[in-house]
Design a protein around this ligand. Structure first.
Ligand code: C2O
Ligand code: CU
Length: 490
């Protein structure tokens, strides 16, 4: 990852807070700027990846690699990405997760474009704004869980925090075989329904999600399982394409402030993240800057991003660990190695912060940007999230309807729109809206976890980006089983 080359020392929150607030306000949407574009080429095709010595994954990726290459641009640059489809006999698209692009660039098959046919190509072009940590991924079928994903970083013109070095960490769950829809997993007794799930018997029935910050634990077992759901059997959890037995290493130097961009493009895994020997200061969620808040762990759902700053003041070799919220399989690992420090962190136990100390909660997040006012929305949608074994083994719904048959949620340009969600199921749903940032609590995000067991979440957004936008659960298997709605400007 790149050396950011920014100022050393000084307070974590750079400069005067009020000046920062003004500078950090979301830039108004503008037409695409003139001038040269940053040209990127992405070729989707088969790849062979060595996830650890002797563990080769034959799958799909971009430009012969998994995760795909990091795309890094400056805020306000035009980005022009030519995507070529070298996949065997299937169409594909690329979605710029979190970036409020013009609707035709959004990469949703059947909604904003036809899939790029095998042998074909498409050019996506948009202004890279606002700054933030994003990702790109295929939005076709279950291709995301094949590995068609990568990080997208839009660097700030005026950084919200000072740091000396940064690393991007892609947390992903890795299937050894091609992904299959829930209905097939159920029929074959594979995945969480069988004995072979990564948690063993019943382990993937997901009746035991602890949700955001813990504390919602219920007993596992058949009853919960019956209203829980099925998750595919993962071969392991990887950071930047490396399994825990041969983890990715990140070098740091004593005295540095290290910015870590944590990105979860996973198919079906919510992570709890903690580090040995260090706390993490959260500075951004879903790319949007927040008042720094220092915690021992955080929970990152599918589709979410957190930027954290770590003060490198404790030399050694330290694990960064991402465990599933259920604790049902071997955690993903990366290693922070101080320059010159020898040895391995692999024999260390799990960081204490994974259980003890302070967990980040959404309520801790306070935006430093101008938030749209809350209350008195022009339009409200009230959506129950349900499905799994409660309805049928292979259907997940929002507001009782399953995509693609579900009616669109209609909005008008300029309206303030509120969405209330309540989770009638035993599984966590990370809900993602395309094309907009929304306000939830006191922060802007584009993906919000709705905790299992009657968890609720709400958000409000200004309808300022006309088009046909996808709104869905970012658990890929729930999405594939219907858990999506269109938000349509009429
Ligand atoms: Cu990463 Cu439709 O989203
Ligand atoms: Cu879901």
């Amino acid at each position: 990852a790149a050396l950011a080359g920014l100022a050393v020392g000084g307070p974590l929150l750079a400069g005067c807070r009020d000046a920062d607030r003004a500078a950090a306000a979301l830039p108004a949407r503008r037409p695409v700027a003139d001038g040269p574009a940053r040209e990127v080429r992405l070729v989707a095709g088969p790849v062979e990846v060595e996830l650890a010595p002797g563990r080769v994954w034959r799958t799909w990726g971009y430009n012969g690699q998994y995760p795909g290459p990091e795309i890094r641009v400056r805020e306000g640059e035009r980005l022009r990405v030519t995507v070529e489809n070298d996949l065997p006999g299937v169409g594909t698209t690329v979605h710029w997760h979190g970036v409020p692009v013009p609707n035709p660039m959004d990469g949703v098959p059947g909604l904003t474009q036809e899939p790029i046919p095998p042998g074909g190509r498409t050019v996506y072009e948009f202004e890279a704004t606002p700054s933030g940590s994003y990702m790109y991924h295929s939005h076709q079928g279950l291709q995301l869980d094949r590995g068609l994903l990568g990080p997208l970083v839009v660097e700030e013109t005026t950084p919200h925090v000072e740091y000396d070095r940064e690393h991007v960490l892609v947390l992903d769950d890795v299937l050894m075989d091609a992904p299959r829809p829930l209905s097939e997993l159920v029929e074959d007794g594979d995945g969480g329904m069988g004995m072979m799930g990564r948690g063993g018997m019943m382990g993937r029935m997901r009746g035991r999600d602890r949700g955001q910050g813990g504390g919602r634990e219920r007993g596992g077992g058949m009853m919960d399982g019956m209203t829980g759901g099925v998750v595919p059997p993962y071969a392991g959890l990887a950071v930047n394409g490396r399994l825990p037995e041969a983890p990715a290493e990140f070098e740091v130097r004593r005295g540095e402030r290290v910015r870590l961009r944590l990105i979860n493009p996973g198919g079906a895994t919510t992570y709890r993240v903690a580090m040995g020997g260090h706390r993490m200061t959260v500075t951004h969620t879903d790319g949007r800057p927040v008042e720094p808040v220092t915690v021992d762990r955080l929970t990152i759902g599918m589709g979410e991003r957190y930027d954290v700053v770590v003060e490198a003041d404790n030399p050694g070799v330290w694990p960064l660990v991402a465990a599933t919220v259920e604790g049902d399989s071997a955690p993903a690992r990366a290693v922070l190695r101080y320059a010159g420090a020898a040895g391995s962190s692999l024999r260390d136990g799990l960081p204490e912060g994974l259980q003890g100390g302070r967990a980040l909660r959404y309520g801790d997040l306070q935006s430093v940007e101008t938030l749209p006012a809350e209350g008195a929305p022009d339009r409200t949608f009230d959506l129950r999230l349900s499905g799994g074994m409660m309805m049928a083994p292979d259907v997940w719904t929002m507001g009782g309807e399953a995509y693609p048959d579900a009616a669109p949620l209609e909005v008008r340009e300029g309206e303030r729109v509120r969405v209330d969600m309540s989770n009638m199921s035993m599984m966590l749903h990370p809900m993602h809206l395309h094309g907009h940032f929304f306000r939830t609590g006191n922060v802007l995000k584009d993906t919000v976890q709705v905790a299992p067991h009657m968890g609720r979440a709400s958000f409000e957004f200004v309808a300022d980006n006309p088009g046909r936008w996808f709104f869905h659960c970012h658990n890929l298997y729930h999405l594939h089983a219907g858990m999506a709605r269109e938000v349509r400007y009429v």
